[in-house]
Each structure stands twice: as structure tokens, then as C-alpha cells.
Design a protein around this ligand. Structure first.
Ligand code: NAD
Length: 478
């Protein structure tokens, strides 16, 4: 099967006719190919988006909204098919794709399609003047997304851009291009005008870099690794482009002794191993108050051992395949590093062979490590796999200091039944998001993003709509 670029309303191969292999992570087999596009395809996409911009931006927001809502409805219509496709392409359990990824993709489209109709700008009145601010769509913007939540994060970026009147050149990850390709067909079916959304497939260093470098692109919305984010920032900064960078994390999960123990254990298992630990929000460093440390570790390990690892197509599977051979090896290397650093592997720690169809797939047992200091590389660097480290703490101050003790600052989770303590600790955590007694409970209106090396800017709600607009203040003397 061939995945095609979506440029100026048509599906087409790369101009150079080159292809990249697309591998199913659960089997290790090539099952489709995608265009190995380059700067000339990006240029075509940008020209198409420039030509489409004026009429799309001038369309009343209700009309743009109606088209985006149609796309959302088509995602819902094809939800089962899209979930199967996402699972095959990414390696995640089909049940997860069906219950989280695909419903969230249509929710993203619906949310921003309607939000844009309520978007407003500000005015500032004084005795001698009225200032009013207009917010107009930026123009052609670049949206670049990663492989862990493919359609979920792809739509999370393009929906606000399109809803507010920008035209878009988008690049999904070369490791998970399938659902973005299927999405382009839905856009055609929904009647999205040609050139409004263009999807160029291919490698980050070629296609992504060409998008970021292009002088006609005033803004880049990027989700991916911190190293790539740095490269994008270095390219874009001298051109004064607007950037939204959603990057890596090394998220703390703090469990106080006065928590609802069963809830803390079961949600912590989810926040550690959902999507094979390949969610930027997964809590990979678990800090447990010493009073309940042994009990927590025992319950956590017992639950972890019961997680079924296997064929993502199997409805019973909770932990599927790691997304790529390269990432699989990277995670195994980190497990070896953890051992060298003195860590004790109390659960998992190895690659698994799944017999039958998935013999060549990339599977790793959910892994729990004890006995490492917070400062070691295993606890400082993002592993982005089914690997967690559990550490004890004695005081609230110590927990805060350990949690904040990384270069990252994306999300934190904390567990306590003491309301004052919960607010106090949340206020002191240097992260963009804090979940108290829950995890990944999302309201799409809230600001989403990280501090420090987890990124710059926020997505979600008005933040995303503002990002894709240029404010202009107009002052009228009274
Ligand atoms: P990645 O940085 O390797 O790739 C992300 C995207 O950028 C891909 O589409 C890739 O092709 C493209 N790219 C690569 N080089 C580029 C360049 N020079 N210019 C422009 N684009 C380029 O990240 P990944 O491995 O796909 O994703 C995993 C990372 O994403 C993890 O670090 C994870 O924490 C992070 N992530 C962050 C969030 C968040 O919201 N903060 C969400 C999901 C994933």
C-alpha cells in the first residue's frame, strides 16, 4: 500500500518518486511505503497554502467550522477502521486507539471548530482613548507532529490553525504516517478547499527542516523531542518565527502516605505503562513517602506483572509493541544503563518474543527499577518507554526538590488526601501541568505545555487560537 502526499487538494507521490518503507512495529515487517519527499514537495505545498489563504481566512468562521465539523463526523464514522490503522502503524493496543486516540482526534476537530466561533479580542478604554486589538490569522503555518499519538497530536495542532483561518503545511512522523494519510482522504470527502491543508510525508531532516527554513512560514507548531526542538529553535530564531515547542519530559509522580492507596497504585500503573510508556505525560519517576514505600512497591509490581503484553490487535493486550527497532534498542540500552548505575530491576527488564504473527515485533516487558538516585542518567534522561524508577522520600520539601530536580518540566502527578498539602505542593512544582489524584484527565480548554527543556508556549483552548493569530493594537483618540 502506498501512502501519498496531500498537496493542493490532490493525493500525489513525492516529485522525486522516492519511497520510504513503513514498518508494522508488532511484526517488524514492511507493510506500506510513504513518499520520501524533499524541499520541492514542501515548496509546492507552501505555494498551494499561500494561494488558498485569502479565501480561507475571509470565510466566515461558521463556514470554516462547518467543514471542520464534517471532518470530525467522518472520523467518528470511520473510527473503528482508523483505530485498527493506528494500532498497526504505531504498535499501540487497538483498544487504546479505539478508546483514546481516535475519539480524541474527532474531539480536537470539534473543539476548535466551535471554539473559533467564540474567539474574541480585547479592547482597553481610558479617559482619552480606546484601544482595540485585532487578531488576524498568521498565514501559512507549519505543524510538525511525533509518532507516539499520531492522529491525536496531528489534529491537536492543525485544528486550531485551520479553525482560526490559517492554511497549513503539516508533517506527521515518518514512523507513523498512516492515519494522517487516511485523514487527508476525509478532508477531501468533507469538501475542505484545495490547499487549505497540505500534508507532506517524509523525513524530519528533509521535509521538516525545509518547512522550518521556508521564509513564507511565519510560525511553527512542533511536538517532538527536545533535541529536535533545539534544532528547530536555532533555525527559526534568526528568522523571527513564532514557535510553539512541546518537547520531552521526565515527569514525577509523587505519592504521599495519606493518599487513597488503591487509586494511587492503579492509576500509577496506567501513568507508567499506557501506550508502552510512550506518552510525553507518563510519570517515569515515582517518589513514594517512605512510610508506605515497601507496601506501594509490592502492590505496584504485582499489578505491573499482571499487564498483558502482546499483539496490539488482541483486545486483551494492555502493552503493545515499541514503535520502532531504533527506539526498542534505545530502551533496552537504558535498562542496561540502569543496571550499571546500580539499579535493581524488580520487574521486567527484558525484550519479549511473542510467538506467531508478532515474532519479529519489538516488545519489552514493563520494567520497574529501584535503588537509583534521582541524579543518575536513568532518572534524568527521557527513556520514553515502559520503564519506571521508584524512589523513597521522607518530607514534603524533599519530594518537591526531587520532583523539580531535572532539566524537564512538563507534567507532575501527586497523590494525597490532604487538600492544603496538595495545593501547596502543586504550587511549588516547576511543571506546566499538575494532576492531583488523577492522571491525564484532560479539559481541552486548559493551557497545555511545559517549562524548562519541556518546551516553549502552550497549546489548548484560547492559547492555541492566539498562537495562530497576529495581534494588532489600534488606538483611537477620543
Ligand atoms: P522527533 O523530535 O524525533 O520527531 C518529531 C517530528 O519532528 C517528526 O515528524 C520528525 O520527522 C520531525 N523532525 C525531525 N527532525 C526535524 C527537523 N530538523 N526539523 C523539523 N522537523 C523535524 O520526536 P519523536 O521521536 O517523533 O517523538 C517523541 C518525542 O516527542 C519525545 O521526546 C516526547 O516526549 C515528545 N512528545 C512531547 C509531547 C508534548 O506535548 N510535550 C507530546 C508527545 C511527544
Amino acid at each position: 500500500m502506498q501512502i501519498l502526499n496531500y498537496i493542493n487538494g490532490t493525493l500525489q507521490p513525492a516529485k522525486n518518486q522516492q519511497w520510504l518503507a513503513n514498518i508494522e512495529p508488532a511484526t517488524g515487517q514492511v507493510y506500506s511505503e510513504l513518499p520520501d519527499s524533499d524541499a520541492s514537495d514542501v515548496n509546492d505545498a507552501i505555494t498551494a497554502a499561500e494561494n488558498a489563504f485569502d479565501s480561507w481566512a475571509k470565510l466566515p468562521s461558521e463556514k470554516r467550522s462547518a467543514i471542520l465539523l464534517r471532518i470530525a463526523d467522518l472520523i467518528d464514522r470511520d473510527a473503528e477502521f482508523l483505530a485498527q490503522a493506528e494500532s498497526k502503524d504505531q504498535g499501540k493496543p487497538v483498544k487504546l486507539a479505539a478508546s483514546v486516540d481516535i475519539p480524541r482526534a474527532s474531539a480536537n476537530m470539534r473543539f476548535f471548530a466551535t471554539a473559533a466561533m467564540h474567539f474574541a479580542s480585547e479592547s482597553h478604554h481610558s479617559a482619552d482613548a480606546i484601544n482595540y486589538t485585532t487578531r488576524t490569522p498568521l498565514g501559512v503555518v507549519a505543524c510538525i507532529s511525533p509518532w507516539n499519538l499520531p492522529l491525536y497530536l496531528f489534529t491537536w495542532k492543525i485544528a486550531p490553525a485551520l479553525a482560526i483561518g490559517c492554511t497549513v503545511v503539516a508533517k506527521p512522523s515518518e514512523l507513523t504516517p498512516m492515519t494522517a494519510f487516511l485523514f487527508s482522504k476525509l478532508c477531501m470527502e468533507a469538501g475542505l478547499p484545495a490547499g487549505v491543508l497540505n500534508i507532506v510525508h517524509g523525513l524530519g531532516q528533509k521535509v521538516g527542516q525545509a518547512m522550518v527554513e521556508h521564509p513564507a512560514i511565519p510560525a511553527v507548531s512542533f511536538t517532538g523531542g527536545t533535541a529536535t526542538g533545539k534544532q528547530i529553535a536555532a533555525t527559526a530564531a534568526p528568522m523571527f518565527k513564532k514557535l510553539s515547542l512541546e518537547l520531552g519530559g521526565k515527569n514525577p509522580n509523587i505519592v504521599f502516605a495519606d493518599c487513597d492507596f488503591d487509586q494511587a497504585v492503579s492509576t500509577s500503573v496506567l501513568s507508567s505503562f499506557s501506550n508502552q510508556g510512550e506518552i510525553c505525560l507518563c510519570g517515569s519517576r515515582i517518589f513514594v513517602e517512605r512510610k508506605i514505600y515497601d507496601r506501594f512497591v509490592a502492590a505496584f509490581v504485582e499489578k505491573t506483572k499482571s499487564l498483558p503484553v502482546g499483539d496490539p490487535q488482541d483486545e486483551k493486550t494492555k502493552v503493545g509493541a515499541i514503535n520502532s527497532a531504533g527506539h526498542f534498542q534505545k530502551i533496552l540500552n537504558y535498562i542496561e544503563l540502569a543496571k550499571k548505575e546500580g539499579g535493581e530491576i524488580v520487574c521486567g527488564g527484558r525484550a519479549i518474543k511473542i510467538l506467531g504473527r508478532c515474532e519479529g515485533g519489538y516488545f519489552i516487558e514493563p520494567t520497574v527499577i529501584l535503588g537509583l538516585p534521582n541524579t543518575c542518567r536513568t532518572n534524568q534522561e527521557e527513556i520514553f518507554g515502559p520503564v519506571v524508577s521508584i524512589m523513597p522520600f521522607d518530607t514534603e520539601e524533599e519530594a518537591i526538590s526531587l520532583a523539580n530536580g531535572t532539566l524537564y518540566g512538563l507534567a507532575a502527578t501527586l497523590w494525597t488526601e490532604n487538600l492544603k498539602k496538595a495545593h501547596r505542593v502543586a504550587g511549588n512544582l516547576k511543571t506546566g501541568i499538575v494532576w492531583i489524584n488523577c492522571w491525564l484527565l484532560r479539559d481541552l480548554r486548559t493551557p497545555f505545555g511545559g517549562t524548562k527543556q519541556s518546551g516553549v508556549g502552550r497549546e489548548g483552548g484560547w492559547e492555541a487560537l492566539r498562537f495562530f493569530t497576529e495581534p494588532k493594537n489600534i488606538c483611537v483618540k477620543l
